[in-house]
Design a protein around this ligand. Structure first.
Ligand code: AMP
Length: 190
């Protein structure tokens, strides 16, 4: 089977991280979470991490150039070429989506699909308040949800217009949602 290359979309708190782990476990592709990459840079106190920390703590988005650079470098590595990739948390803006298309094109690859995990706003807010991460203050959560609607939700249309979007009901147990995700992936690759 050809390596899987996909994007996972969903509001923060939609269960996208859990589904990403399940998908990479089943399909053997590399999990590229830009949030995790940034948190690792913060933990390692690199120049990028120091720059990103203030932005992340305020719930705003790190600049497109920085994010596109991180993704470009990672996608060019051999393990991604061989095993494929699941992009989690990227693209988050139309500019990033355009950059991703160009990056994959340069590498001679293309995306199989974008799976959108659909969970209502009230439910994701409750889930995020429960997980208690340091950047999960009520204000930061609200700001991220607003930004998501403004900048990231339009990406659904972007993927839809390319025939790449699959929306999956994200309410249910992780296993139930995973079954729906696998079905969407199988349809997307057929
Ligand atoms: P996440 O773990 O995906 O919720 O990301 C945590 C934080 O990292 C976000 O609130 C942003 O500040 C930053 N971040 C992660 N991915 C991106 C991206 N693709 N573009 C801009 N900022 C990002």
């Amino acid at each position: 089977m050809a390596p899987l290359r996909m994007v996972i979309l969903g509001r923060q708190g939609s269960g996208k991280g859990t589904q990403s782990e399940y998908v990479t476990g089943r399909f053997g592709c590399v999990h590229l979470s830009t949030g995790d990459a940034l948190r690792a840079a913060v933990a390692a106190d690199t120049p990028l991490g120091r720059q990103a920390k203030t932005i992340m703590d305020s719930g705003r988005l790190v600049g497109d150039d920085i994010m596109n650079g991180i993704v470009r470098d990672r996608l060019a590595e051999d393990d991604v070429a061989a095993a494929g990739v699941l992009l989690d948390g990227y693209p988050r803006t139309a500019d990033q989506a355009g950059a991703l298309e160009a990056i994959l094109d340069d590498l001679g690859h293309r995306l199989d699909l974008a799976v959108n995990i659909d969970v209502p706003i009230e439910e994701v807010t409750a889930r995020m308040m429960d997980r208690g991460r340091s950047d999960d203050t009520a204000e930061a959560i609200q700001r991220r949800l607003e930004l998501y609607e403004e900048q990231t939700a339009p990406l659904r249309d972007w993927f839809e217009s390319r025939g790449l979007l699959a929306t999956v009901d994200g309410v249910g147990t992780p296993d139930e949602v995973f079954e729906r995700v696998v079905a969407a992936i199988e349809r997307g690759r057929a």
